[in-house]
Design a protein around this ligand. Structure first.
Ligand SMILES: [Zn+2]
Length: 411
């Protein structure tokens, strides 16, 4: 069986980790900043050294290309991202892209002719320095001029970074592709399910949808000393009860779904005033719209029950939801049969984090798979995946791409 050059993959992971390296062993490569540009230049050099073709699109997405002979109209894409969160780890994104590059190089060196062109893609701004999942959004044709309004950089800073990368807002809006036959991404798990289960490969069956409600409990302000306790309409008591019960309810009734209250504010916000109002941000995630509908109905019932119990009123506003992305059965099977052939254990699981794969799934059969993260640590300089797991990921990627290329239109 054809396998990747493990030493080369591990060596390149180390080399790449030196670009934007932080003192505590992590990397800081926000999209299109100086370190990211350096990493991009490094990737371009690697592609040339490998004798693969290189391309960059209007969104700054870079590709290593292994052309089929004759070049196919449709292409099979794999990859991830070189950018990182500020002070992040050396594996998030990097492993997926370098594994895809290594897979292409291994096919080329083995002289295997495939009926479909393969591409290893570095997507621009996965990690939200600019807006998040930017490159893949551009590729699927859903990036609009209005999206730049939610850019996290100032106008001037965005213009400067785009210019430094040889890009523009106009080029970003013209990066749509119609030639994608399939997409596959390798990523570190960023959680502990594989590690605690002693499992090698996690095959993602869906990337969760996310819903969020901005909730307001209203009671009545009162003197914190003189108002008798039974008569208080303390908005924070209702909110606190809700937060505790929501946790238990979701764990007992909606596993593997999750919920979070990540922001809360009491008003008027003084030591000596019973809170008149509490606003909180509730977010919950699950793998299907039906599950999310049920969670939303039950959590809003719970809001009302908590309000009634503490003599409050409650209202909420939903923010625009992120819909779940269901992965392609054919691509998941290609990943699984690759793992099987390599003697690796695998299981299906949900991805609770967002990835470019959720965008790619909107235009082509797509799937992604995880290798274990030690202690589940991620977006942190301590992020680590063992050499053996990195190599396993690279080999599964190679087997999966071979199989997808041979299956072709059957994907
Ligand atoms: Zn990532």
């Amino acid at each position: 069986m054809l396998t990747i050059n493990a030493e080369r993959l591990l060596g390149e992971l180390e080399e790449l980790a030196r670009i934007g390296a932080t003192a505590d062993g992590g990397v800081s490569r926000p999209a299109l900043g100086a370190a990211d540009l350096q990493a991009r230049a490094w990737f371009k050099r690697k592609v040339a050294e490998a004798g693969l073709h290189y391309a960059i699109d209007g969104a700054g997405n870079q590709s290593a290309i292994l052309l089929s002979d004759p070049p196919s109209d449709k292409r099979i894409l794999a990859g991830s991202h070189l950018d990182s969160v500020p002070n992040g780890g050396a594996y998030d994104g990097a492993l997926g892209l370098l594994a895809a590059l290594e897979a292409l190089r291994s096919v080329k060196e083995a002289g295997i002719a495939l009926p479909f062109t393969l591409e290893a893609v570095n997507f621009t701004d996965e990690e939200s320095a600019i807006m998040g999942l930017l490159g893949s959004r551009a590729v699927i044709g859903e990036l609009t001029a209005a999206d730049f309004a939610r850019c996290k950089l100032s106008e001037a800073e965005l213009t400067q970074r785009l210019r430094a990368a040889g890009l523009s807002r106009a080029s970003m809006l013209n990066a749509r592709r119609d030639d994608v036959l399939a997409w596959v991404e390798l990523h570190i798990e960023q959680g502990t399910r594989l590690e605690s289960g002693g499992c090698d490969i996690g095959v993602v069956n869906a990337i969760v949808g996310i819903r969020a409600l901005q909730v307001t409990f209203r009671g009545e302000a009162a003197h914190a000393g003189t108002m008798p306790m039974p008569q208080r309409r303390d908005a924070l008591w209702g909110a606190a009860a809700f937060i505790r019960r929501a946790r238990r309810h979701v764990m007992e009734r909606h596993a593997p779904g999750v919920c979070n209250v990540g922001w809360i504010e009491a008003r008027p916000g003084a030591y000596n005033i019973v809170p008149a109002a509490v606003e909180l941000a509730l977010e919950f995630r699950h793998g299907s719209d039906e599950a999310l509908d049920r969670m939303q109905a039950e959590l809003t019932d719970l809001l009302q029950a908590c309000a009634a119990e503490y003599n409050l009123t409650v209202s909420w506003e939903a923010t625009p939801p992120v819909r779940p992305a269901v992965m392609s059965e054919a691509v998941m099977r290609a990943i699984e049969s690759g793992a099987q052939a390599l003697g690796l254990s695998h299981q299906r699981l949900l991805s609770f984090a967002g990835h470019d794969t959720q965008n790619m799934a909107r235009i082509a059969p797509a799937a992604m798979f995880f290798v274990p993260s030690v202690n589940g640590i991620s977006h942190n300089p301590q992020e680590f995946t063992t050499a053996a797991d990195c190599v396993n990921g690279g080999n599964v990627m190679l087997q999966c791409l071979l199989q997808l290329a041979r299956a072709g239109a059957g994907v």
